[in-house]
Write a protein that binds this ligand. Structure first.
Ligand code: AMP
Length: 143
């Protein structure tokens, strides 16, 4: 199974914002859409950062609620680790574990085409295990 299979199931919508968006608006977007991270893009659609709920919480803990007025570019992660549609789910799990994050934008020929979260990966893994178990039961019953 690969990233393309996950996107086929969950769709390709990605919530994005620009670097000048205030952190308060980031919290509103996270709450409104029920998501854990937002990809930050430049005006021409290039991925320039990623901000997760952890970044916002860390900044508030560090400097207090006044940081909510600051633009997201002050606390986003600029060195974004992305994946491609052809990458395997095993590869994603290894990357997410090694870097200790839960989200990976999918980039194809320089364009943002989706986002995979650890939840999507776990769901896909469970579906895979269930299919294997069903095939095994079928094999035992008819073999
Ligand atoms: P998360 O576990 O995804 O909520 O994010 C934990 C930390 O990793 C935060 O500082 C995020 O900005 C950062 N982060 C999340 N996803 C990525 C990614 N794909 N590439 C680089 N940093 C990331």
């Amino acid at each position: 199974m690969n990233v393309a299979a996950i996107l086929k199931l969950k769709g390709r919508e990605v919530f994005t914002t620009t670097p000048d968006t205030a952190l308060l608006n980031i919290t509103k977007l996270l709450g409104l859409h029920g998501i854990g991270c937002i990809v930050v893009t430049s005006e021409d659609g290039k991925v320039v950062g990623i901000v997760s709920e952890r970044d916002v919480v860390r900044e508030i803990a560090r400097a207090g609620s006044k940081v909510l007025k600051e633009p997201v570019e002050t606390c986003m992660t600029k060195n974004v680790v992305s994946c491609r549609e052809c990458d395997t789910i095993d590869r994603l799990m290894a990357e997410m574990t090694a870097h200790r994050f839960r989200h990976m934008p999918v980039i194809d020929r320089g364009r943002l085409v989706g986002l995979v979260s650890i939840g999507d990966v776990v769901r896909m893994r469970i579906a895979e295990a269930e299919m294997e178990a069903a095939a095994m039961r079928e094999y035992i019953a008819t073999g």
